[in-house]
Design a protein around this ligand. Structure first.
Ligand code: ATP
Ligand code: MG
Length: 417
């Protein structure tokens, strides 16, 4: 048997999980501030959903999905992103009949992609994401972006860059697509195998290829923002005005297209200069046709996904993660058999009163128990011996100050509370 987690996966050990908790708490509070409610969807879905939703010619669908047949011969895929599942759920539960806009978020959702593992690139990672449906106004785009930006500001992150672009809509895209195809056709010899196959099916996907030689060709390719229709152009300018109102610096990056087919109009990424090659910590955009494409009504949408592991990496690097905030509270040390039983009773009583406590679970000698209590950094130790059992007065030792006092059960509880 191999005692090693599968490649590209990570354990969060007990000593580190508080970092996730801190972040998750912040995120929940933030979502509450924006009045978004949590949605939880399954870790796997029918494969079709992602082929349809994410797009057949995307890297995710072509190369990265964890797809398998289950025992009932259904093709199942482990969730490679969060939006398609949210859309599926919205259609299935007819949430589109609710008052609009529909706002939801997901948190620490496991996301699976068969990628080449490296720092910041895992095969299972976790995302925080938000989705909002039913509105086409550009101030919503700015509001969605501001959720991510506010989180980063609250966390004190530095060296971030907000990149935005518009990739048009079904009105302007055919013209652009044609231009792009013509351009790539004159550079066929420099395109990779995958991109050659994308040339006919979806030339826009070539813009997102990670291959060196394709990237060179892409540098001079026609840009979406030069082909926007009036509606998309107005929307994009309006978004920039709203971002300015919020006081955000941003870069219009015409090369930004995102690796999923469903986007329309606005796309954005928040990039950290502290993450090396895997620099994107948050990415999102508008997907006004996705709900309809998945079989639902004509309902606009916009959202983003944020990698929790990458965010933690930057926080760590910038020294923004506090020391573990939890303290070991009360330890009950007992001297003999009778006091051990009394200690066991007291332990239950303390917990019943909401006091976090621990007793000896290792049959240690009294001396060894005190040594343990010191090592694990308990704030208080309750000492029980023959005398304490008899008098029902317990010795409470403040481990930080080294002081001791003798207390009744009631006094003990009140003091510890
Ligand atoms: P990249 O360009 O780095 O591959 P992406 O465009 O595939 O990212 P999205 O699909 O936008 O990423 O996912 C949203 C966020 O999830 C990313 O910005 C990133 O923070 C995180 N993420 C994506 N893929 C991974 C991965 N393999 N390992 C860890 N985090 C990831
Ligand atoms: Mg990717």
């Amino acid at each position: 048997m191999q005692i090693k987690a599968p490649r590209g996966t990570q354990d969060v050990l007990p000593k580190d999980s508080y970092k996730w908790h801190l972040l998750e708490k912040r995120i929940r509070e933030l979502c509450d501030l924006y009045q978004f409610r949590e949605i939880r969807t399954p870790a796997f879905e029918h494969t079709d959903l992602f082929i349809r939703g994410v797009g057949e010619t995307t890297d995710i669908v072509e190369k990265e999905m964890y797809t398998f047949l289950d025992k009932g011969n259904r093709s199942i895929t482990l969730k490679p992103e969060g939006t398609a599942s949210a859309v599926r759920s919205l259609i299935e539960h007819k949430l589109y009949a609710d008052p609009m806009p529909l706002k939801m978020y997901y948190l620490s959702t496991p996301v699976f992609r068969y990628e080449k593992p490296q720092a910041g690139r895992l095969r299972e990672h976790h995302q925080f994401g938000v989705e909002c449906f039913g509105s086409i106004v550009p101030n919503l785009d700015a509001e969605i972006i501001s959720i991510a930006m506010t989180l980063f500001q609250q966390l004190g992150l530095k060296n971030l860059s907000l990149n935005i672009n518009s990739i048009g809509c079904p009105t302007c895209r055919p013209v652009y697509r044609q231009k792009l195809k013509e351009y790539f056709e004159t550079h066929k010899e420099d395109l990779c195998e995958t991109c050659l196959s994308r040339l006919e099916r979806n030339p826009i996907r070539i813009l997102d290829c990670k291959n060196e030689s394709c990237r060179e060709v892409v540098k001079n390719a026609p840009r979406t923002i030069d082909y926007l229709c009036e509606d998309c152009s107005d929307h994009f300018h309006s978004l920039q005005e709203y971002l300015t109102i919020l006081g955000y610096d941003f870069v219009v990056n015409p090369g930004l297209v995102r690796g999923l087919d469903y986007y329309t109009k606005t796309v954005f990424e928040i990039i950290s200069t502290d993450l090396g090659a895997q620099s994107t910590v948050c990415g999102g955009g508008r997907y006004d046709k996705l709900v309809e494409e998945c079989g639902g009504p004509d309902l606009a949408g916009i959202g983003f996904g944020m990698g929790i592991e990458r965010l933690l990496m930057i926080l760590e690097k910038q020294g923004l993660l506090p020391e573990e905030p939890y303290k070991n509270k009360v330890y009950i040390a007992s001297m003999d058999e009778a006091s051990k039983k009394e200690g066991f009773r007291l332990l239950a009583l303390l917990r019943k009163n909401g006091i976090s406590a621990e007793g000896d679970l290792m049959s240690r000698s009294f001396k060894a128990q005190m040594k343990y209590a010191d090592k694990i950094n308990f704030t208080h130790t309750v000492i029980i011996g023959e005398e304490e059992v008899k008098t029902k007065k317990f010795t409470l030792k403040n481990m930080e100050l080294g002081t001791q006092e003798s207390l009744t059960e009631e006094e003990l509880i009140n003091t510890l509370k």
